[in-house]
Structures are given as structure tokens and as C-alpha cells.
Design a protein around this ligand. Structure first.
Ligand code: DC
Length: 239
């Protein structure tokens, strides 16, 4: 069965903004900024794949074992909610079988597992359905890898956000440095490129640029400049 089952006709779609692109391009930071200013709900789909990865890690499931992953997918319940965050923002919270797991999602181990387990069709079917339900009737900005091509093909705004892999590695390196962690820049870049390759070459809805997406290369842009461009596109298409 196709993992990108399109939504039934007759469903009332809100104003939907789809943002796709490789790891570290700034998708979530830019989408969050724009969502707050435009009063849209921000949906981080990577966090859902990370929650699924955490579940598989905790259960000791081999992510390449399709049957085991399918079986475990039937046991797991992933939902999202919103709680008050910093600066009057609303923070997305991911619940894994009822537990708030946000604090465990941002590790390298979970990120790498997410990149592998997200290639499994059973995982994608489950999460794409949840994402499509979230966007029904709501005005939202959703970011991920397959939003414009598969989850919300009818989105009014589609952006493919990218940046040079060295620039993305440097951003990640600086973020880790600020957290007091030292690492090797070349290693970070190699990890990013490996993850890009996996995300772009898997069989089930790989990361590709939607034909009708606007490409935004943030290599030489600040966060504010990229968010301003995204907001300009949203305002233009919303009217
Ligand atoms: O955006 P992120 O780094 O939090 O995503 C973690 C992994 O989840 C990423 O390597 C690919 C996968 N993912 C996906 O396959 N489809 C999405 N819509 C979002 C993320």
C-alpha cells in the first residue's frame, strides 16, 4: 500500500505550509519563527519519527527487520500536544504511549535511528496519517522530508529549504559547542552527508524537492532573513 494515501475529498483543508529539506538547513527554527508571527500551528514531523525511533531503541528492535518493525508499530501510540513554551510560544510535545518524551529526542543516537527506521513503510504510514489528521481544518506550518510531496501535496505554500553541507555542519558544531560538547567538524559533516544520502535514497517517499516548491538556500542567509522570505511567501498566497 502506498505510504502517501491522499486525504479524502470533502475534507476542509486549512492554510497549509509545507517545508522540506535536509538535516540542519534551519527548517524548524525558521518555521517556528514564522508560525508565531503568522499565528499558525507549527508541526515538527521529525520529532514524531524521533519518538518512533526512541520506542524502537527502548524495545531493542532491529530497524532493518521489517516484520518486527511492523509488529511494534501496531503497539505504539504517538500523539502530539501543545504546551506553553518560552516567549509566549506554544511548544510541541510528543507523547509516546502517553509519556512526554521531548527531553529524549535530540540525541545523535535517536537521530540516527530515526533516519533508519523512517525508511520502513509501516512507520511512514502510521505517522503520515497522524500528520494529515493534524493538518485537517487547521492553519499550520509543517516541516519534514516529504511534506510537500506526500503528506500535504495540496499545501498552498511549499518551500525546499537547503544549505551547503559544510555550512550545516558548522551550525551543528556551534550548537554542540554551546552545549559544552566538543566534536570534530569533518566528522559532523560526514554524519550529515550520510543522513542526507539515506533520506534521499530510501524507497518510501524519499526527500525530494516538490515540483512546485520554492527553493530557499540559507547558506548565506541569517535566520531572520530566511524567516522573512518564508513569511513573504505565506502572506502572498494567503490573500
Ligand atoms: O528533522 P529531523 O532531523 O528531526 O528528522 C529525523 C529523521 O526523521 C530524519 O533523518 C528523517 C526522518 N524524517 C522523515 O523521514 N520524514 C519526515 N517528514 C521527517 C523526518
Amino acid at each position: 500500500m502506498d505510504v502517501c494515501v491522499s486525504r479524502q475529498e470533502g475534507i476542509n483543508m486549512g492554510f497549509n505550509v509545507a517545508i522540506d529539506g535536509p538535516a540542519g538547513a534551519g527548517k524548524s527554527t525558521i518555521a517556528k519563527l514564522a508560525a508565531k508571527k503568522l499565528n499558525l500551528i507549527y508541526v515538527d514531523t521529525g520529532a514524531m519519527y524521533r519518538a518512533m525511533a526512541l520506542f524502537m531503541l527502548r524495545e531493542g528492535v532491529n530497524p532493518q527487520d521489517t516484520e518486527a518493525v511492523e509488529r511494534k508499530c501496531r503497539e505504539v501510540d504517538i500523539t502530539i500536544g501543545y504546551e506553553p513554551g518560552e516567549n509566549e510560544s506554544r511548544e510541541q510535545v510528543v507523547y509516546l504511549n502517553g509519556e512526554n518524551v521531548n527531553a529524549y529526542l535530540r540525541t545523535e543516537a535517536v537521530g540516527n535511528m530515526a533516519s533508519v527506521v523512517s525508511a520502513q513503510p509501516a512507520v511512514r504510514r502510521k505517522l503520515v496519517e497522524l500528520q494529515q489528521r493534524l493538518a485537517e481544518d487547521k492553519d499550520c506550518i509543517m516541516d519534514g522530508r516529504d511534506i510537500g510531496t506526500c503528506v500535504l501535496p495540496g499545501a498552498q505554500v511549499k518551500v525546499y529549504l537547503t544549505a551547503d553541507s559544510r555550512v550545516r555542519a558548522k551550525r551543528r558544531f556551534d550548537e554542540l559547542f554551546r552545549k559544552g560538547q566538543t566534536c570534530d567538524l569533518d566528522r559532523v559533516q560526514a554524519d550529515i552527508e550520510e543522513r542526507d544520502y539515506r533520506d534521499m535514497h530510501r524507497e518510501a517517499s524519499p526527500l525530494t524537492q516538490a515540483e512546485d516548491a520554492v527553493v530557499l538556500d540559507t547558506s548565506e542567509m541569517t535566520i531572520e532573513e530566511a524567516a522573512a522570505e518564508l513569511m513573504r511567501l505565506c502572506r502572498e498566497r494567503r490573500n
